[in-house]
Design a binder for this molecule. Structure first.
Ligand code: GDP
Ligand code: MG
Length: 162
């Protein structure tokens, strides 16, 4: 069985963009506007000759429950079936309540977590990525999923966690 990597995080942080970057092709659907309902989607991936399954997690389902609650719930489902978790946050926005909700789920799961501080498109956003140490999940990997900046080093760390 191939190891499973779950990509989790609140909507719009760039999870699907990062999944496409990992796959080297555009399969995961990137949304410019959050709010589109989607299920978890699994893809076969490989990096440096190691094969694994990457699970992209999607939108949310209703307005009845709070957003943070639903994101945490989705993350919980994906994390339960994963060997390691790639937690994506948005460096341009900073830490939000929804991010904190996912962090609580991650802590409980005790699964290995690699933290991707996304949207570091240039040097100016590096400081914001550094502030992601405050999540208490260890080293934030500063990346730009869109440009591919830092994603090689991130994937090396992912392989070590899997
Ligand atoms: P998801 O909801 O977490 O899957 O996020 P998406 O991958 O759908 O991306 C949400 C938006 O963020 C899209 O407009 C992307 O183009 C944009 N985005 C993703 N990665 C980056 C990045 O590294 N830098 C910038 N500036 N925008 C990004
Ligand atoms: Mg997505």
């Amino acid at each position: 069985m191939k190891p499973v990597l779950a990509v989790v995080g609140r909507p719009n942080v760039g999870k699907s963009t990062l999944v496409n970057r990992i796959l080297g092709r555009r399969e995961a659907v990137v949304q410019d506007t959050p709010g589109v309902t989607r299920d978890r989607v699994s893809y076969d991936a490989n990096w440096n000759g190691r094969e694994f399954v990457v699970v992209d997690t999607g939108g949310w389902v209703s307005d009845a429950k709070g957003l943070a609650h639903q994101i945490a719930e989705q993350a919980e489902l994906a994390i339960g079936a994963a060997d390691a978790v790639l937690f994506v946050v948005d460096s341009q926005v900073g830490i939000t309540d929804e991010d904190e909700a996912v962090v609580r789920v991650l802590r409980r799961s005790k699964k290995p977590v690699v933290l991707a501080a996304n949207k570091v498109d240039d040097q100016r956003t590096e400081a914001e990525a550094t502030s992601m140490w405050n999540l208490g999940l260890g080293q934030p990997w500063a990346i730009s999923a869109i440009h591919g900046r830092g994603t090689g080093d991130l994937l090396d760390a992912v392989l070590e966690a899997l």
